[in-house]
Ligand binder design. Structure first.
Ligand SMILES: [Zn+2]
Length: 333
């Protein structure tokens, strides 16, 4: 016997019981409440436990909450919020199954698929992008040069050539792109391999063909946390409108040739925590021990930050390490 329970209401209330009881015990009580009958039907139970149905109901409800919150914020002139949905899985296998459903191109038109964000198209930033795009079938956000690179691999349709400051909703994330600059690594005079990536075929795609293209910094907002990713150590101060970020993901290679880079990027985004990156020697084999890039001076960066604000924490990441700090509950990993 199949009973007709209002699906969204049922899932909404069940979320609470799901967290408290560990299973969909709430559905039992709700079926009694709405139908006056206990659940006897295996058919209903199998529907209750079907992950695609649960995730579809959850996201439908999430979208409804977002619409309601947006309408309220607009009407009241308040800042918009980005509601999130917590998905709890009993086992790693269940989590993998849920992840596969969420990321599939069929689920809400692929709105929760993975995405790749590319700051510029030098080889050390872009060489693996086509492979990631092919493996995950996901969109790639970046410059016209990145779109051209993907085209060489037959993946141009996965490219999104971004518009400055437009807010892209990607699953639970809101991403926006800020025009930025590459550091002038060639003794402060010139950006190496500058210009657009225009290589005509894979056969000719060597390291020097990975031209820089348009440089983007990006702002990542999720669950009340804001991160600002600066991929190369130069910036256009006036273009940055994101300030008071929880985490600044700060590329530090080449800052030597960008006058007052550390002071300027801190002034622009006012971070609660800095995670320094792009200091490793990427010319080493992947199985070799990590080393520092030429002239990167990670210790000097810590001192530069301290000179601006001695209370501003700086972290670097170990592989698979989680870093906590910055604003309330900020997490980088
Ligand atoms: Zn570069």
């Amino acid at each position: 016997m199949k009973v007709d329970i209002p699906k969204n209401l049922w899932i909404s209330s069940a979320e609470v019981d799901f967290l408290r009881e560990g299973l969909y015990a709430g559905a039992l009580a709700l079926s009694l409440h709405f139908t006056g009958k206990p659940i006897e039907s295996v058919e209903l139970m199998s529907e209750v436990l079907d992950p695609l149905t649960k995730l579809t109901d959850g996201v439908t409800l999430l979208n409804a909450k977002r619409d309601a919150a947006d309408a309220y914020a607009t009407a009241k002139g308040l800042e918009h919020v980005n509601p999130v949905m917590l998905v709890v899985a009993k086992t790693i296998e269940d989590a993998d199954e849920y992840g596969d459903i969420l990321k599939s191109s069929e689920f809400f038109g692929g709105a929760y698929a993975d995405a790749v964000l590319v700051g510029h198209s030098h080889f050390d930033h872009a060489v693996d992008v086509p492979h990631l795009a092919a493996a995950h079938g996901c969109p790639v956000y970046g410059s016209e040069s990145v779109r051209h690179l993907l085209g060489l691999f037959g993946l141009a349709e996965q490219a999104v050539v971004v518009e400055p400051r437009r807010r892209y909703e990607i699953g639970p994330f809101t991403i926006s792109f800020t025009p930025s600059l590459h550091s002038k690594l060639l003794l402060g005079r010139k950006v190496p391999m500058d210009g657009e990536l225009t290589c005509g075929s894979l056969k000719h795609l060597g390291g020097r063909e990975y031209r820089c293209g348009q440089v983007w910094a990006f702002t990542i907002e999720v669950a009340g946390i804001t991160m600002y990713h600066q991929g190369s150590a130069d910036l256009i101060d006036d273009e940055i409108s994101t300030t008071g970020v929880d985490v600044l993901l700060c590329g530090i290679a080449g800052r030597l040739w960008s006058p007052n880079f550390t002071r300027r990027i801190i002034a622009a985004v006012d971070p609660g925590l800095i995670v320094a990156h792009h200091h490793d020697d990427f010319f080493r084999p992947v199985d070799a021990e990590m080393g520092y890039s030429f002239n990167v001076n990670l210790g000097g960066f810590v001192e530069e930050v301290a000179a601006v604000d001695p209370n501003l924490p700086v972290q670097v990441l170990e592989p698979l390490q989680t870093v906590r700090g910055g604003g309330a509950g900020a997490v980088a990993s």
